[in-house]
Ligand binder design. Structure first.
Ligand code: ZN
Length: 431
């Protein structure tokens, strides 16, 4: 950690909080960069679910940072130690920055298992208890470019007591100090960056204390934990994130864990968040759905014509079916369909010969129709997951591109109206 080379260069800050910029100097040699607001590439054990490396790289504009999680990796520690050359080589990854987080954002962990000295992660074989020594041994074996420090993140449920929240902030700071101590003595981790974790549940003073104290440590960036979808009321979450980001240094990135829905991403960017995890397209794929929300803010009539037309039409169908509207559901069940996707298992698609999203340039939309995807899904063909994941990944990363464009061109309000489905009747007039 001899002087962090990671550097966040902000080109614009809109309304005091939404940040546009580039995170530079990433990776061992410092040659990679990542645009913010942006997201990391979500993987299971180094692989984007359903996609081979070849298939993945048919997609353009992929993030330069790949996220792996210790919950996947901890149970393979011995094999990795024997392999010796680090996780990147083990998983056949080449030109990417590797970020190692504690938990998988797409699955929720049972609570009640942390102690003063340990946190637990869940792999396919069950629970694995990590001490700081084991956690750091894993980092030395994995050899990531960044990693999230060990943290007690069990205080996201809104009935957590103040005492328990305070304890989680204290423990997380202690874990960070202990990790940093080991880190600084480890030659293998010399060029590796540490992200400190901000906890504090839904208690403002604890959030602020956690942010201030973490910012005093030599960390390269910050993970905002315990604010995931479903953990609390959205207004409260925005207030907490705003209060936290105010305490953090301008020149270091803030990664929000466990938030992926496009409407929530927009709100959290407005509260000062830079980075997200891209588990949302995977969840959408797993329920047999395709992302179809609009995000095109281009004034170019040719491009504007490519805005996905599916959304308005879907909204009408939803209204009739009594389904929730964007921003309407607050139950936080991450397995539930959101208003940003279409359910291709639905019978109505069995003879729908349009692409998933008109104008989408992905392999799936260029070569297949909704009816074919419907057939693959109802017959449980593996190709369904592959094609959906291609489209959903392309669509989601396209949305982040549009978000950056909107910040650069002062069109965030227009983008919001697009994403939320043009409600309000004013949206089509100008811009
Ligand atoms: Zn597509």
């Amino acid at each position: 950690m001899a002087g962090s080379r990671m550097k966040l260069e902000l080109s614009r800050v809109v309304q005091g909080r939404s940040r546009l910029g580039v995170l530079k100097g990433l990776g061992r040699t410092g040659q990679h960069s990542l645009d913010v607001p942006g997201c990391l590439l979500y993987t299971h054990f180094g692989t984007v679910p359903h996609l081979t490396q070849d298939t993945l790289h048919t997609l353009s504009n992929l993030p330069s940072v790949t996220q792996i999680t210790l919950s996947n990796i901890a149970e393979h520690q011995e094999v990795l130690e024997e392999f010796k050359d680090g996780f990147r080589k083990f998983a056949g990854l080449h030109d990417t920055v590797l970020y190692c987080s504690l938990h998988d954002p797409a699955t929720s962990c049972p609570t009640g298992y942390t102690t003063n000295k340990t946190v637990s992660v869940w792999g396919s074989g069950g629970r694995i208890e990590l001490t700081v020594a084991k956690f750091m041994a894993l980092q030395r074996t994995v050899q990531p470019d960044w990693y999230q420090s060990m943290a007690d993140g069990e205080t996201w449920q809104n009935n957590t007591s103040r005492k328990r929240v305070r304890k989680s902030v204290d423990r997380t700071l202690t874990h960070l100090d202990e990790c940093l101590l080991v880190h600084q003595k480890s030659q293998e981790l010399e060029r590796v960056e540490v992200f400190g974790v901000v906890e504090g549940g839904d208690i403002l003073e604890e959030r602020v204390r956690s942010a201030r104290e973490t910012a005093k440590r030599p960390v390269a960036g910050f993970c905002l934990d315990g604010l995931q979808t479903g953990s609390m009321d959205h207004v409260l979450r925005s207030q907490l994130i705003t209060a936290v980001t105010k305490e953090l240094p301008e020149d270091k990135p803030r990664l929000l864990q466990g938030v992926g829905r496009p409407d929530e991403v927009l709100v959290c960017v407005e509260a000062g968040v830079d980075l997200f995890e891209s588990f949302f397209p995977f969840q959408v794929t797993e329920r047999g759905c395709a992302l179809c929300f609009a995000f095109d803010i281009s004034p170019d009539p040719e491009r504007a014509g490519r805005a996905p037309p599916a959304v308005l039409e879907l909204d009408k169908e939803r209204e009739m079916a009594g389904e929730p509207q964007p921003n309407g559901d607050r139950n936080g069940d991450q397995t539930q369909m959101t208003p940003f996707e279409m359910n291709l298992k639905d019978k109505r698609y069995h003879d729908d010969f349009r692409p998933l999203v008109e104008g989408c340039g992905c392999y799936c939309c260029k070569n297949h129709q909704r009816a074919y995807l419907h057939h693959l899904l109802v017959t449980n063909e593996l190709l369904a997951g592959v094609l959906l994941m291609i489209h959903n990944t392309a669509h989601y990363h396209g949305f982040f591109g549009a978000l950056r464009e909107a910040l650069a061109k002062d069109k965030l309000d227009l983008l919001k109206r697009r994403v939320l489905g043009e409600r309000g009747g004013q949206a089509e007039r100008k811009d």
